[in-house]
Design a protein around this ligand. Structure first.
Ligand code: ADP
Ligand code: MG
Length: 683
């Protein structure tokens, strides 16, 4: 059915609806109001403007005592005194001179607007008014307010919906929710819920309908997650890898420091999973520097002891090389050799690595996407570790796993994911958290500075370099662009020429060839480069303990979690480290950035980020499609999510593939909701 078939929609308004993504009558039915103006009750004049919150709109009705027009700074203001039995107030209309001809003493008006108290009583900034006829009492309703478009007012949308509502409601289709769910929660049935969204009798009715739609979106996601879990655990196709009771003690003896309590706990969780014959699917979260490498080593050790191989895949060569360098000494005492597989490695080195992995001689492969190439085969891959999992596509993660038969999978991330997100969009994963840093780290001191203080920040860099330390300077874009942002290329030239002519500077950005990037990192790691000017490619995992200052230019551009990640590049050695966040002089976001100055806790920062910027900011969340909700909001509606999750668990426990007739609607729902589909595809 075409939108133009609706009353009140012509060719040109159909185009304007299309700009809002409303192409069909069904889209219109699903275009929900974001609020309702409650015009039902009027407040007596004497009680207006009593609320603390002056953003609340109030309704009133009264008879015009006088009307006049005055001007303030070229703006015409029409004012009228309106009286009812309780008293009177002043109604004001801004920039609407023409009303002078329409409003007369003695007329009765209904008005709605924001109110405030003045010295002479209440005043209302009128948003809506209606002239009441002789003897007419105000009969108001809840007026739905729709998100407007550039050329399409909320009022026009409201009119079209109202005129066509019965017709639109016939499009509602079968209710996907089983009766039991509706009854237990007192949810309205689908068609009734649509009606309540567009023409509610009361705010409560609208809320209940909205909750139903939120619940439904969450239920689809939770069902998909639960079905994946169920399938995996039912398959029992993984190798159970058992640890001898002495293994943790052995590991502890060979590591040069005591494991933190968090590391021990997490290793226990991972080993327990790997001891089952259903494949592990676990996410390991730990702030930068929390010691994830050792945990990965423990998982690899268990695999090796059980005679199966492991593969660790990282998103960049720098990171993969670093992993190989850190894992080798940890695994050496156990006689486990690490084989590197990089895109840039020579043919001969690659051939050797491939041969050793194929024969089973090498127990561990550490590498980049190069691990996914055809030639790389394993004798028996039992454990796949994916570092910074969100940087890989679904396809790539699946391809790594397909090199073994149902290998246990450990995803790692240094971006703390807020609990609410982990519980929902990563609901098919078990989550382990290293919530403790190894002892002896002093917190990084963080300062927020205005752009006009930039030279001070650079002085500070110079002082630290004079003490033998190194610094990162991070800028948001590679080249000059029309955006008024600092480019790394231009800034590094300027710094070398004018600010630090006597220092050794390096440049690192994502468009450099892999070789050059690697080379720039190596030179920085050897302290041949004192100041590394870079884009956010240094964000993840790069480890140079002598670097003690991180300067972030245009810091207002980033999410808090991303800044926390960048900050984690320093503070990895013994020296006191500093992070200087430079915000443009115009930025209004200093307060947001100050949160970082006040906290070094990645999880607390992540929660704050989620609250301020929504789930899209998190590691690949936006691209994954997992948080693509139309009505639901994971932060606001988390209680509804928990309810939906519990419902999904009990449904899937009884009917793992949703085959029951009563669940036909649910099955269609899981296949139709974007977030649920993404969940089924994700890994
Ligand atoms: P992550 O990968 O989580 O950012 P790493 O595994 O690179 O962190 O560990 C950061 C540093 O802390 C490394 O130098 C590592 O040797 C050290 N480390 C790890 N665990 C401990 C521990 N229990 N006690 C002391 N130092 C540790
Ligand atoms: Mg690491």
């Amino acid at each position: 059915m075409n939108l133009e078939e609706l009353a009140g929609v012509g060719k040109s308004s159909a185009e304007r609806f299309a700009e809002l993504g409303i192409d069909t009558p069904l889209d219109l039915l699903n275009d929900f109001p974001f609020r309702y103006d409650d015009l039902r009750e009027v407040t007596p004049a004497a009680q207006l403007a009593r609320a603390q919150d002056d953003s609340i709109e109030e309704n009133a009705a009264g008879t015009i005592v006088w009307v006049r027009e005055r001007r303030a700074r070229r703006l015409a203001i029409v004012e009228a005194e309106l009286a009812d039995e309780s008293g009177s107030f002043i109604a004001k209309w801004f920039g609407r001179s023409y009303l002078m001809g329409a409003l007369r003493k003695g007329m009765r008006l209904f008005v709605r607007g924001r109110t405030q108290r003045t010295l002479t009583g209440a005043a209302m900034n009128v948003a809506i008014h209606k002239v009441l006829a002789e003897g007419e009492t105000h009969r108001g309703e809840l007026v739905p307010v729709y998100p407007a478009g550039k050329d399409l007012t909320s009022r026009k949308i409201r009119q079209v919906v109202a005129r066509n509502l019965p017709k639109l409601l016939t499009l509602a289709g079968e209710d996907p929710l089983p009766k039991t769910i509706l009854r237990a929660r007192r949810f309205p049935e689908l068609r009734e819920a649509y009606r309540s969204m567009h023409a509610p009798g009361s705010p409560e009715e609208a809320n209940k309908a909205r909750e139903r739609f939120i619940f439904t979106e969450f239920l689809a996601l939770a069902l998909a997650a639960q079905m994946k879990r169920q399938t995996r655990s039912a398959a029992r196709s993984a190798r159970a890898l058992r640890a001898s009771p002495a293994l943790l003690g052995e590991l502890q003896r060979e590591v040069p420091f005591p494991l933190t309590a968090a590391q021990q706990r997490v290793i226990g969780e991972i080993w327990d999973d790997m001891a089952r014959d259903s494949a592990m699917n676990r996410l390991l979260q730990g702030d930068v520097g929390s010691g994830k490498t050792l945990v990965a080593a423990a998982a690899i050790l268990l695999a090796a002891r059980n005679g199966v191989q492991s593969a660790l895949m990282a998103p960049t060569e720098i990171l993969a090389a670093q992993h190989a360098a850190k894992l080798s000494p940890l695994l050496m005492p156990f006689g486990i050799a690490v084989e590197a597989v990089f895109g840039s490695q020579g043919a001969k080195a690659r051939a050797t690595a491939v041969a050793r992995l194929g024969s089973g001689e090498a127990a561990v492969a550490v590498g980049t996407h190069a691990l996914l190439t055809e030639g790389v085969e394993f004798e028996s891959l039992g454990l796949a570790i994916i570092d910074e999992q969100h940087r890989f596509g679904v396809e790539q993660r699946a391809r790594l796993r397909s090199k073994g038969s149902a290998p246990h999978t450990l995803h790692m991330t240094a971006t703390p994911i807020p609990r609410t997100l982990a519980q929902s969009i990563y609901a098919d994963l078990d989550v382990s958290v290293i919530d403790e840093l190894p002892p002896g780290r002093s917190p990084i001191e963080t300062y927020v500075l205005r752009q006009s203080r930039l030279e001070r920040a650079y002085d500070f860099v110079r002082k630290n370099v004079a003490l033998g330390r190194q610094a990162y300077i991070v800028a948001p874009v590679i080249d000059e662009s029309e955006l008024e942002l600092t480019s790394v290329v231009a800034e590094s030239e300027r710094l070398q020429r004018i600010v630090f002519p006597d220092l050794r500077l390096g440049l690192l950005h994502g468009r450099m060839p892999a070789r050059d990037k690697e080379d720039a990192m190596q030179r920085f790691a050897r302290n041949e480069v004192q100041v590394l000017v870079a884009t956010t490619v240094v964000e993840v995992g790069v480890d140079v303990p002598n670097a003690s200052v991180m300067v972030v230019l245009d810091a207002q551009r980033y999410g808090l979690s991303q800044l926390h990640q960048l900050r984690g590049r320093v503070g990895r050695g013994a020296a006191q480290s500093y992070c200087l966040l430079i915000a443009s002089d115009e930025a209004e976001e200093l307060e947001r950035l100050q949160i970082l100055a006040g906290s070094n806790d990645g999880f607390a920062i992540a929660e704050e980020d989620l609250r301020l910027r929504g789930p899209g900011e998190f590691a690949g969340t936006a691209q994954s499609g997992l948080a693509n909700f139309r009505v639901a909001d994971l932060v606001r509606d988390i209680a509804v999510y928990r309810d939906a999750k519990a419902a999904a668990e009990s449904i899937v426990a009884d009917d793992p593939e949703l085959r029951a007739t009563a669940h036909a609607g649910l099955r269609a729902l899981v296949e139709g909701e974007p977030s649920a589909r993404a969940m089924l595809l994700s890994s």
